[in-house]
Design a binder for this molecule. Structure first.
Ligand code: VGL
Ligand code: ZN
Length: 214
């Protein structure tokens, strides 16, 4: 029997792999790992970063700013990125090699031009919510496994907010890859561990699911 856990597959989009606008080193490596995990879950949620042109998280929207610098937005410090995941562009599409048939929901995020959204649960203003917590709770999901791109941004923020919302939360380390900007990967793991996020591997998840089925 599959139990009440959801797999959250974060931002496996053309933008974040080789050839995209903001490639995460080794980003493509997550795809076969995630494809093997998806059939083990009865709830699979995909997220898609989906920004309007001129989004405030783009360096190009600010005078004298380069990608990977930061600026102050009304909700706090924001890392500025290359233009990426512009709505409707090929760059914003989910990667063609990702098996999307098993997905029960595709959540688009980052639509508000003034507010970024790394997390699948709460926008970067830390106030407005996506509705994912309610969606999962209505389906009696109490445990989430998070994977995808990038470990230190969208995966970490999603995992932290999942914990905050009361879900038992795992991050599947080898089903993720990181950007690692100025120590952001270590900082993300420290924050996740401090919050109670469990760090696991794809093999451990497969073993646990097999034991659960037996
Ligand atoms: C992401 C930065 C900006 C991510 C998305 O998917 O990790 N990072 N937008
Ligand atoms: Zn983005």
């Amino acid at each position: 029997m599959k139990h009440d856990a959801a797999l959250l597959v974060i931002d496996v989009q053309n933008a974040f792999v080789q050839g995209g606008s903001m490639p995460v080193p080794n980003g493509l490596e997550v795809i076969p790992v995630i494809n093997r995990l998806m059939p083990l879950f009865s709830h699979v949620i995909l997220t898609q970063d989906w920004h309007p042109l001129g989004h405030h998280s783009f360096a190009s929207s600010h005078a004298n700013k380069q990608p990977f610098q930061t600026t102050q937005l009304f909700y706090g410090e924001q890392v500025l990125w290359p233009d990426h995941c512009v709505q409707g562009s090929a760059d914003a599409q989910l990667h063609a090699d990702l098996d999307t048939q098993a997905a029960t929901m595709i959540l688009k995020k980052g639509l508000d031009p003034a507010v970024d959204s790394y997390s699948a649960f709460v926008h970067a203003d830390r106030v407005s919510k996506t509705g994912l917590s309610g969606f999962l709770k209505e389906r009696k999901v109490s445990t989430v496994y998070v994977c995808g791109l990038a470990t230190d941004f969208c995966v970490a923020w999603t995992a932290l907010d999942a914990c905050e919302a009361g879900f038992t939360t795992y991050v599947i380390e080898d089903a993720c890859q990181a950007i690692d900007l100025n120590g952001s990967l270590d900082a993300a793991w420290q924050a996740m561990i401090a919050k109670g996020v469990h760090r696991t591997s794809a093999q451990a998840v497969r073993d646990a699911r097999a034991a659960n089925k037996a």
